[in-house]
Write a protein that binds this ligand. Structure first.
Ligand code: URA
Length: 240
């Protein structure tokens, strides 16, 4: 791989910045200054130091975003704000995309990555990856609502998998845990009970909790432990 690409893949500079910094003598490969941005390096073998910092090459990047309302879960959109706009250009250039979708008015945890296999498997219905949402609704939930969610609510000609509904004492708010992701699923489940969601926020995905320090629109990379949790939920922590 090219030296400037390796540097920008590490997230420390854009490709253009990396190329000019390399020309200016700010990178070494195995202890020797290299001024050619297109010099071929092996990320597994060559020790690259950029602006004095040894680089650790990462094949994939995993980010958590606290999605604000009003953004679509897409990598591009002609007319609406989209979540990739909230990340710096280096991440967009890497080809990060959201793992699944939240509705435009849903807030909370959205994981983004360039690891297609993990994303695909984490979303596979076979994996039963858990997602916990907090909600508010327009009318108090009836006392049999928990049982209806546990039995599997029917939406059109599909029956949902059992879901865990935990209303708060006011029965106007609470959490729902799903292991699948049908279109507008929670909103449609509430409508089926004659109710209506007034706010929805994803709190956890695949065992990873939204960092409370992130304000809406803020993001950070997953920690090593969170990444391991995601890979293990998706089954990509071990070869098939
Ligand atoms: N269920 C919904 O209705 N909307 C979401 O964004 C996520 C789950």
């Amino acid at each position: 791989m090219r030296l400037d690409k390796l540097i920008s893949d590490c997230g420390v500079a854009t490709r253009k910045e990396a190329a000019s910094a390399v020309r200016a003598g700010q990178a070494t490969v195995n202890g020797n200054v290299v001024r050619e941005p297109d010099r071929k390096v092996d990320p597994g073998l060559d020790a690259v130091v950029f602006r004095g910092i040894p680089l650790v090459y990462r094949r994939f990047v995993y980010v958590m975003l606290n999605k604000p309302t009003g953004y679509v879960s897409a990598t591009d959109d002609r007319s609406l704000p989209y979540v990739l706009e909230l990340l710096p250009p280096e991440y967009r250039k890497r080809g990060l995309f959201p793992v699944g979708r939240l509705d435009r008015d849903t807030t909370g945890l959205l994981v983004m990555t360039d690891d297609g296999q993990t994303a695909h498997r984490a979303l596979s219905p076979r994996r039963h990856v858990e997602k916990v949402y907090s909600f508010t609704c327009i009318a108090p939930l009836p006392l049999d609502a928990e049982a209806a969610f546990a039995d599997g609510i029917t939406l059109g000609d599909e029956t949902c998998k059992p879901a865990l509904l935990k209303p708060a004492s006011d029965r106007l708010s609470g959490t729902v845990t799903l292991t699948e992701g049908k279109y507008h699923q929670i909103k449609r489940m509430f409508e089926r009970l004659g109710n209506k969601i007034t706010s929805l926020k994803r709190e956890t995905f695949a065992g990873i909790a939204l960092d409370p320090a992130l304000a809406p629109g803020e993001w950070r990379e997953l920690t090593e432990r969170e990444t391991e949790t995601l890979l293990s939920a998706a089954g990509t922590d071990k070869p098939e």
